[in-house]
Design a binder for this molecule. Sequence first.
Ligand code: MLT
Length: 254
Amino acid sequence: MKLFYEEMGSGFPIILIHGFPFDHTIFMETAGKLKNSARVILPDLRGFGKSSAGYAPVTLHDMAADLHELMDELGLQKAILGGHSMGGYLSVDFCRSYPERVAGLALIASHAAADTEEQRQARLKNIEKIRNGQAREFLMEGMAPKLTKYPELAKSLNEMMVKTPDGTLIGCLQSMAERTDVMTWLKESGIPAAMICGEDDMIMPLARAEEMAKKMGADPLVRVPAAGHMLMLENPEMTAKGLLEFLRRVEENK
Ligand code: MLT
């Protein structure tokens, strides 16, 4: 499926992939800080922002295939993928399907583990809620309180989240619940990896992130202060710094 995207800067390509349920605009400020060093591509995943939702229930695998199509369209042989949260989960799927197209994987408030049983059950309950017409409750009570402690930012994120079609929410939740643990695979793949995390992330606590970074060979992870799950908006300076350091590391080893 053809995706809407924005593009800025020139240099080695970095695709910044938003999480659930947001759109490419969350990365605009960070991208502005990268554009003198990289060609930054900011897609809206299918069903989000300005990209159409398509027909079938969306899966992480479909979204990875859309990105592959976008890379072909842009003539990119290889790129760094910078995936935020769900954007990271589908970047991991991309790495498994098209490893030859990935120069590096930056997981931003994201990881390559499966859901815990508790997380999986919560996702299934939330799917039921949405099917019962309670998408707004799920977003405002289940998601919003864990995203950020900055009220102004929370307001704009809420406006973004409620625009997501129910079918897209359901497809993403189902597909996120079905993920498997690919930390060992990633470590053995030799794909350079980094983890960049907000110190106050309520969705992925730092201690758990540090443990996972070791397992997948992205050690030590980059800790972004004064930021939680939405670190690219809460502290774009330090998020961009982490990405630039990773870009340099990838370029040096090319
Ligand atoms: C996201 O920000 O993409 C979601 O919080 C991911 C998740 O629910 O695991």
